[in-house]
Design a protein around this ligand. Sequence first.
Ligand code: SF4
Length: 373
Amino acid sequence: MKIFIEKEALSYALSQEIVKNFNYQVIESYESFDWGLRPYPDLVSQGKGLLFVMKFKGKFFRKCPGTKNYFCCGYKIFHFAEGCPLDCSYCILQCYFNRPGIKLWANVFEDGFKELKEVLLSAKAEKRILRIGTGEFADSMALEKFCGVSEKLVEFWKEVNPFAVLELKTKVYVNEDYFKRLPSDPRIIFAWSVNPEEISKKEEHKAPSVFKRLESAELALKYGFTVAFHFDPIVYYPQAKENYPALLEHILKRFPHEKIAWISLGTLRYPPELKEIAEKRFPQTKIYSFEFVKGLDGKKRYFIDLRNELYKSLAKVIKDLGKDVTFYFCMERKRSWQEVLGKSVNSSEDVAGLLDRVAENLCTYGITNVHLQ
Ligand code: SF4
Protein backbone atom coordinates (compact mmCIF):
# COMPACT_ATOMS: atom_id res chain seq x y z
CA MET A 1 0.00 0.00 0.00
CA LYS A 2 1.40 3.43 -0.92
CA ILE A 3 0.55 6.12 1.61
CA PHE A 4 0.13 9.81 0.85
CA ILE A 5 -0.48 12.41 3.54
CA GLU A 6 -1.94 15.77 2.62
CA LYS A 7 0.21 18.64 3.84
CA GLU A 8 -2.57 20.17 5.92
CA ALA A 9 -3.29 16.78 7.57
CA LEU A 10 0.23 16.11 8.83
CA SER A 11 -0.14 17.48 12.34
CA TYR A 12 -3.12 15.28 13.36
CA ALA A 13 -2.64 12.30 15.69
CA LEU A 14 -3.57 9.68 13.11
CA SER A 15 -1.07 11.10 10.58
CA GLN A 16 1.63 11.19 13.24
CA GLU A 17 1.12 7.48 13.99
CA ILE A 18 1.48 6.73 10.29
CA VAL A 19 4.62 8.88 10.09
CA LYS A 20 6.12 6.78 12.92
CA ASN A 21 5.25 3.38 11.50
CA PHE A 22 5.06 3.47 7.69
CA ASN A 23 6.74 4.86 4.62
CA TYR A 24 4.76 7.77 3.25
CA GLN A 25 4.91 10.74 0.97
CA VAL A 26 3.55 14.22 1.66
CA ILE A 27 1.36 15.65 -1.09
CA GLU A 28 -0.21 19.05 -1.57
CA SER A 29 -3.75 17.64 -1.73
CA TYR A 30 -5.81 14.66 -2.89
CA GLU A 31 -7.44 16.90 -5.50
CA SER A 32 -4.10 17.76 -7.12
CA PHE A 33 -2.89 14.12 -7.18
CA ASP A 34 -1.83 13.06 -10.66
CA TRP A 35 -3.74 9.89 -11.62
CA GLY A 36 -2.57 9.92 -15.22
CA LEU A 37 -4.97 9.53 -18.10
CA ARG A 38 -6.83 6.30 -17.51
CA PRO A 39 -10.44 5.21 -17.85
CA TYR A 40 -12.39 5.27 -14.57
CA PRO A 41 -12.51 1.47 -13.95
CA ASP A 42 -8.69 1.37 -14.11
CA LEU A 43 -8.51 4.21 -11.61
CA VAL A 44 -10.65 2.20 -9.20
CA SER A 45 -8.19 -0.71 -9.46
CA GLN A 46 -5.20 1.59 -9.11
CA GLY A 47 -6.83 3.31 -6.12
CA LYS A 48 -7.06 0.02 -4.19
CA GLY A 49 -3.31 0.29 -3.53
CA LEU A 50 -3.24 3.99 -2.62
CA LEU A 51 -4.10 5.33 0.81
CA PHE A 52 -4.68 9.07 1.21
CA VAL A 53 -4.61 10.55 4.68
CA MET A 54 -6.54 13.79 4.54
CA LYS A 55 -8.44 16.30 6.61
CA PHE A 56 -12.19 15.71 6.52
CA LYS A 57 -14.30 18.84 6.45
CA GLY A 58 -17.80 17.34 6.64
CA LYS A 59 -19.90 15.72 9.36
CA PHE A 60 -18.43 12.56 10.85
CA PHE A 61 -21.74 11.48 12.35
CA ARG A 62 -24.65 11.01 9.98
CA LYS A 63 -27.68 8.93 9.10
CA CYS A 64 -27.23 5.88 6.88
CA PRO A 65 -28.33 7.00 3.39
CA GLY A 66 -30.67 3.96 3.17
CA THR A 67 -32.70 3.79 0.00
CA LYS A 68 -36.00 5.21 -1.20
CA ASN A 69 -39.23 3.18 -0.96
CA TYR A 70 -37.80 0.19 0.94
CA PHE A 71 -37.64 -0.26 4.70
CA CYS A 72 -34.35 0.81 6.28
CA CYS A 73 -33.14 0.17 9.80
CA GLY A 74 -32.36 3.69 11.01
CA TYR A 75 -28.70 3.00 11.58
CA LYS A 76 -26.27 5.90 12.18
CA ILE A 77 -22.82 6.14 10.74
CA PHE A 78 -19.54 7.28 12.18
CA HIS A 79 -17.71 8.16 9.00
CA PHE A 80 -13.98 7.56 9.45
CA ALA A 81 -12.87 6.55 5.96
CA GLU A 82 -13.92 6.00 2.37
CA GLY A 83 -12.84 2.99 0.35
CA CYS A 84 -11.51 -0.49 1.00
CA PRO A 85 -8.39 -2.51 0.15
CA LEU A 86 -10.49 -5.65 -0.41
CA ASP A 87 -12.08 -5.95 -3.81
CA CYS A 88 -15.54 -7.48 -4.08
CA SER A 89 -17.00 -7.55 -7.59
CA TYR A 90 -20.37 -6.40 -6.25
CA CYS A 91 -18.99 -3.56 -4.12
CA ILE A 92 -21.05 -0.44 -4.52
CA LEU A 93 -18.09 1.74 -3.51
CA GLN A 94 -16.68 1.19 -7.01
CA CYS A 95 -19.13 3.74 -8.30
CA TYR A 96 -20.28 5.55 -5.19
CA PHE A 97 -18.00 8.56 -5.03
CA ASN A 98 -16.22 8.82 -8.38
CA ARG A 99 -13.18 9.54 -6.27
CA PRO A 100 -10.75 6.61 -6.48
CA GLY A 101 -8.29 5.68 -3.75
CA ILE A 102 -8.76 4.84 -0.09
CA LYS A 103 -9.22 7.87 2.11
CA LEU A 104 -8.65 8.01 5.86
CA TRP A 105 -9.70 11.09 7.77
CA ALA A 106 -6.65 12.40 9.60
CA ASN A 107 -8.68 14.53 12.03
CA VAL A 108 -10.91 11.63 13.15
CA PHE A 109 -9.60 11.57 16.73
CA GLU A 110 -9.56 15.34 17.25
CA ASP A 111 -12.74 16.37 15.42
CA GLY A 112 -14.63 13.10 14.80
CA PHE A 113 -14.47 11.76 18.35
CA LYS A 114 -15.46 15.18 19.71
CA GLU A 115 -18.53 15.25 17.50
CA LEU A 116 -19.35 11.65 18.41
CA LYS A 117 -19.03 12.31 22.15
CA GLU A 118 -21.55 15.15 21.96
CA VAL A 119 -24.02 12.94 20.09
CA LEU A 120 -23.57 10.02 22.49
CA LEU A 121 -23.95 12.16 25.60
CA SER A 122 -27.03 13.98 24.37
CA ALA A 123 -28.72 10.71 23.35
CA LYS A 124 -27.88 9.22 26.75
CA ALA A 125 -29.34 12.23 28.56
CA GLU A 126 -32.56 11.76 26.57
CA LYS A 127 -32.48 7.95 27.17
CA ARG A 128 -32.46 7.52 23.41
CA ILE A 129 -30.79 4.32 22.17
CA LEU A 130 -28.35 4.63 19.27
CA ARG A 131 -27.03 2.03 16.85
CA ILE A 132 -23.86 3.26 15.24
CA GLY A 133 -21.64 1.62 12.66
CA THR A 134 -18.49 2.51 10.76
CA GLY A 135 -18.76 0.04 7.90
CA GLU A 136 -20.92 1.90 5.41
CA PHE A 137 -18.29 3.55 3.20
CA ALA A 138 -15.37 1.37 4.28
CA ASP A 139 -14.70 -2.00 5.90
CA SER A 140 -14.53 -1.32 9.67
CA MET A 141 -11.44 -3.46 10.23
CA ALA A 142 -9.52 -3.63 6.94
CA LEU A 143 -7.65 -0.36 7.58
CA GLU A 144 -7.08 -1.01 11.27
CA LYS A 145 -3.33 -1.57 11.00
CA PHE A 146 -2.95 1.91 9.52
CA CYS A 147 -5.34 3.85 11.72
CA GLY A 148 -6.45 1.94 14.85
CA VAL A 149 -9.81 3.73 14.71
CA SER A 150 -11.86 0.68 15.77
CA GLU A 151 -9.57 -0.02 18.71
CA LYS A 152 -9.82 3.60 19.83
CA LEU A 153 -13.62 3.48 19.45
CA VAL A 154 -13.87 0.42 21.69
CA GLU A 155 -11.80 2.21 24.36
CA PHE A 156 -13.90 5.35 23.83
CA TRP A 157 -17.09 3.32 24.50
CA LYS A 158 -15.70 2.28 27.88
CA GLU A 159 -14.72 5.83 28.71
CA VAL A 160 -17.95 7.57 27.61
CA ASN A 161 -20.26 4.71 28.65
CA PRO A 162 -23.01 5.56 26.14
CA PHE A 163 -26.50 4.13 25.76
CA ALA A 164 -25.49 2.91 22.33
CA VAL A 165 -24.11 -0.06 20.47
CA LEU A 166 -21.26 0.13 18.00
CA GLU A 167 -21.23 -2.27 15.08
CA LEU A 168 -17.88 -2.95 13.39
CA LYS A 169 -18.74 -4.57 10.09
CA THR A 170 -16.01 -6.43 8.24
CA LYS A 171 -14.89 -9.30 6.06
CA VAL A 172 -11.36 -9.58 7.37
CA TYR A 173 -9.76 -12.03 9.79
CA VAL A 174 -9.12 -10.38 13.15
CA ASN A 175 -6.57 -12.21 15.26
CA GLU A 176 -6.57 -13.10 18.94
CA ASP A 177 -3.89 -10.54 19.90
CA TYR A 178 -6.15 -7.80 18.70
CA PHE A 179 -9.16 -8.86 20.78
CA LYS A 180 -6.95 -9.58 23.78
CA ARG A 181 -5.88 -5.99 24.19
CA LEU A 182 -9.39 -4.52 23.99
CA PRO A 183 -11.60 -3.92 27.04
CA SER A 184 -14.48 -6.39 26.74
CA ASP A 185 -17.88 -4.81 26.11
CA PRO A 186 -21.12 -6.48 24.90
CA ARG A 187 -22.21 -3.14 23.37
CA ILE A 188 -19.50 -3.62 20.76
CA ILE A 189 -20.79 -5.81 17.94
CA PHE A 190 -18.20 -7.34 15.65
CA ALA A 191 -20.12 -8.22 12.50
CA TRP A 192 -19.05 -10.33 9.57
CA SER A 193 -20.54 -10.31 6.08
CA VAL A 194 -20.77 -13.89 4.92
CA ASN A 195 -21.33 -15.73 1.68
CA PRO A 196 -20.93 -19.40 0.78
CA GLU A 197 -17.41 -20.30 -0.35
CA GLU A 198 -18.51 -20.55 -4.01
CA ILE A 199 -19.35 -16.85 -4.03
CA SER A 200 -16.73 -15.75 -1.60
CA LYS A 201 -13.87 -17.32 -3.61
CA LYS A 202 -15.03 -15.94 -6.94
CA GLU A 203 -16.40 -12.55 -6.00
CA GLU A 204 -14.80 -11.37 -2.75
CA HIS A 205 -11.24 -10.80 -3.89
CA LYS A 206 -8.57 -10.43 -1.22
CA ALA A 207 -11.06 -11.39 1.51
CA PRO A 208 -10.32 -14.41 3.73
CA SER A 209 -12.53 -17.48 3.52
CA VAL A 210 -15.82 -17.40 5.35
CA PHE A 211 -14.46 -20.01 7.78
CA LYS A 212 -11.61 -17.70 8.78
CA ARG A 213 -14.17 -14.95 9.35
CA LEU A 214 -16.20 -17.25 11.61
CA GLU A 215 -13.02 -18.13 13.54
CA SER A 216 -12.64 -14.43 14.24
CA ALA A 217 -16.25 -14.24 15.37
CA GLU A 218 -15.49 -16.97 17.93
CA LEU A 219 -12.55 -14.95 19.19
CA ALA A 220 -14.74 -11.86 19.50
CA LEU A 221 -17.10 -13.87 21.73
CA LYS A 222 -14.23 -15.29 23.76
CA TYR A 223 -13.12 -11.76 24.64
CA GLY A 224 -16.53 -10.51 25.71
CA PHE A 225 -18.01 -8.91 22.60
CA THR A 226 -21.23 -9.48 20.72
CA VAL A 227 -21.33 -10.71 17.11
CA ALA A 228 -23.62 -10.24 14.12
CA PHE A 229 -23.76 -11.69 10.63
CA HIS A 230 -24.83 -10.17 7.36
CA PHE A 231 -26.07 -12.38 4.55
CA ASP A 232 -25.74 -9.47 2.19
CA PRO A 233 -25.58 -9.57 -0.74
CA ILE A 234 -27.22 -12.94 -1.25
CA VAL A 235 -26.22 -13.80 -4.80
CA TYR A 236 -28.24 -16.17 -6.95
CA TYR A 237 -26.39 -19.14 -8.48
CA PRO A 238 -27.54 -22.70 -9.14
CA GLN A 239 -26.71 -24.05 -5.66
CA ALA A 240 -27.72 -20.90 -3.78
CA LYS A 241 -30.88 -22.40 -2.31
CA GLU A 242 -28.86 -25.20 -0.69
CA ASN A 243 -25.67 -23.39 0.21
CA TYR A 244 -27.05 -20.30 1.91
CA PRO A 245 -29.29 -22.32 4.27
CA ALA A 246 -26.35 -24.66 5.03
CA LEU A 247 -24.18 -21.69 5.98
CA LEU A 248 -26.94 -20.19 8.12
CA GLU A 249 -27.49 -23.53 9.86
CA HIS A 250 -23.77 -23.78 10.58
CA ILE A 251 -23.77 -20.30 12.15
CA LEU A 252 -26.88 -20.90 14.23
CA LYS A 253 -25.45 -24.17 15.57
CA ARG A 254 -22.00 -22.75 16.23
CA PHE A 255 -22.74 -19.46 18.04
CA PRO A 256 -24.73 -18.88 21.24
CA HIS A 257 -27.90 -17.08 20.23
CA GLU A 258 -27.93 -14.63 23.09
CA LYS A 259 -24.62 -13.29 21.78
CA ILE A 260 -25.80 -12.80 18.19
CA ALA A 261 -27.14 -9.25 17.95
CA TRP A 262 -28.81 -9.80 14.61
CA ILE A 263 -28.57 -11.46 11.23
CA SER A 264 -29.46 -9.39 8.18
CA LEU A 265 -30.66 -10.69 4.84
CA GLY A 266 -30.46 -8.81 1.56
CA THR A 267 -30.24 -10.01 -2.02
CA LEU A 268 -27.89 -8.47 -4.56
CA ARG A 269 -28.84 -4.94 -5.63
CA TYR A 270 -26.82 -2.26 -7.34
CA PRO A 271 -27.05 1.11 -9.05
CA PRO A 272 -27.21 0.57 -12.86
CA GLU A 273 -23.87 2.31 -13.45
CA LEU A 274 -22.03 -0.28 -11.32
CA LYS A 275 -22.48 -3.10 -13.85
CA GLU A 276 -20.25 -1.57 -16.52
CA ILE A 277 -17.48 -0.65 -14.09
CA ALA A 278 -17.55 -4.03 -12.32
CA GLU A 279 -17.67 -6.08 -15.51
CA LYS A 280 -14.66 -4.21 -16.90
CA ARG A 281 -12.76 -4.79 -13.67
CA PHE A 282 -13.87 -8.42 -13.22
CA PRO A 283 -14.44 -9.92 -16.69
CA GLN A 284 -14.95 -13.38 -15.13
CA THR A 285 -17.86 -12.39 -12.94
CA LYS A 286 -21.27 -13.78 -13.83
CA ILE A 287 -23.28 -12.05 -11.14
CA TYR A 288 -24.52 -9.25 -13.40
CA SER A 289 -25.57 -11.50 -16.27
CA PHE A 290 -28.76 -12.56 -14.56
CA GLU A 291 -32.17 -10.94 -15.08
CA PHE A 292 -32.73 -7.84 -12.97
CA VAL A 293 -35.56 -5.42 -12.59
CA LYS A 294 -35.28 -1.75 -11.73
CA GLY A 295 -36.52 -1.34 -8.17
CA LEU A 296 -38.50 1.55 -6.71
CA ASP A 297 -35.25 3.18 -5.64
CA GLY A 298 -33.71 3.00 -9.15
CA LYS A 299 -31.37 0.15 -8.15
CA LYS A 300 -31.31 -3.13 -10.05
CA ARG A 301 -32.47 -6.16 -8.09
CA TYR A 302 -33.80 -9.67 -8.72
CA PHE A 303 -37.53 -10.05 -9.34
CA ILE A 304 -39.49 -10.27 -6.10
CA ASP A 305 -40.32 -13.94 -6.75
CA LEU A 306 -36.68 -14.91 -6.98
CA ARG A 307 -35.80 -12.74 -3.98
CA ASN A 308 -38.49 -14.45 -1.95
CA GLU A 309 -37.43 -17.90 -3.17
CA LEU A 310 -33.92 -17.20 -1.94
CA TYR A 311 -35.22 -15.85 1.34
CA LYS A 312 -37.64 -18.73 1.76
CA SER A 313 -34.82 -21.23 1.35
CA LEU A 314 -33.54 -19.72 4.61
CA ALA A 315 -36.94 -19.59 6.31
CA LYS A 316 -36.98 -23.23 7.40
CA VAL A 317 -33.59 -22.92 9.09
CA ILE A 318 -34.75 -19.73 10.78
CA LYS A 319 -37.93 -21.42 11.97
CA ASP A 320 -36.20 -24.58 13.18
CA LEU A 321 -33.06 -23.09 14.71
CA GLY A 322 -33.26 -19.33 14.86
CA LYS A 323 -36.49 -18.30 16.56
CA ASP A 324 -34.61 -16.57 19.35
CA VAL A 325 -32.35 -14.59 16.98
CA THR A 326 -33.32 -11.25 15.46
CA PHE A 327 -33.38 -11.43 11.68
CA TYR A 328 -34.06 -8.43 9.52
CA PHE A 329 -34.16 -7.50 5.89
CA CYS A 330 -31.99 -4.79 4.54
CA MET A 331 -34.10 -2.82 2.09
CA GLU A 332 -37.16 -4.96 1.52
CA ARG A 333 -40.86 -4.31 2.00
CA LYS A 334 -43.83 -5.80 3.88
CA ARG A 335 -44.22 -8.88 1.72
CA SER A 336 -40.79 -10.38 2.43
CA TRP A 337 -41.14 -9.72 6.16
CA GLN A 338 -44.54 -11.38 6.23
CA GLU A 339 -43.84 -14.33 3.93
CA VAL A 340 -40.36 -15.19 5.11
CA LEU A 341 -40.16 -14.14 8.74
CA GLY A 342 -43.88 -14.21 9.53
CA LYS A 343 -43.63 -10.69 10.96
CA SER A 344 -45.91 -7.79 10.37
CA VAL A 345 -43.47 -4.99 9.63
CA ASN A 346 -44.98 -1.99 7.93
CA SER A 347 -42.39 0.73 8.01
CA SER A 348 -38.75 1.65 8.55
CA GLU A 349 -39.76 2.66 12.09
CA ASP A 350 -40.90 -0.92 12.76
CA VAL A 351 -37.51 -2.25 11.61
CA ALA A 352 -35.68 0.32 13.72
CA GLY A 353 -37.85 -0.57 16.75
CA LEU A 354 -36.96 -4.24 16.39
CA LEU A 355 -33.22 -3.57 16.32
CA ASP A 356 -33.41 -0.89 19.00
CA ARG A 357 -34.86 -3.46 21.40
CA VAL A 358 -31.84 -5.70 20.85
CA ALA A 359 -29.49 -2.73 21.32
CA GLU A 360 -31.28 -1.79 24.56
CA ASN A 361 -30.92 -5.35 25.84
CA LEU A 362 -27.21 -5.30 25.04
CA CYS A 363 -26.73 -1.99 26.84
CA THR A 364 -28.79 -3.06 29.86
CA TYR A 365 -28.21 -6.79 30.27
CA GLY A 366 -25.26 -7.56 28.00
CA ILE A 367 -27.20 -10.14 26.00
CA THR A 368 -29.53 -9.80 23.05
CA ASN A 369 -32.69 -11.82 23.54
CA VAL A 370 -34.02 -11.01 26.98
CA HIS A 371 -37.43 -9.90 25.69
CA LEU A 372 -37.62 -11.82 22.45
CA GLN A 373 -40.63 -14.03 22.12
S1 SF4 B 1 -15.32 -5.72 1.88
FE1 SF4 B 1 -17.13 -4.40 1.67
S2 SF4 B 1 -16.27 -2.35 1.33
FE2 SF4 B 1 -14.62 -3.82 0.94
S3 SF4 B 1 -14.67 -4.23 -1.27
FE3 SF4 B 1 -15.94 -5.81 -0.27
S4 SF4 B 1 -18.04 -4.97 -0.30
FE4 SF4 B 1 -16.63 -3.27 -0.69
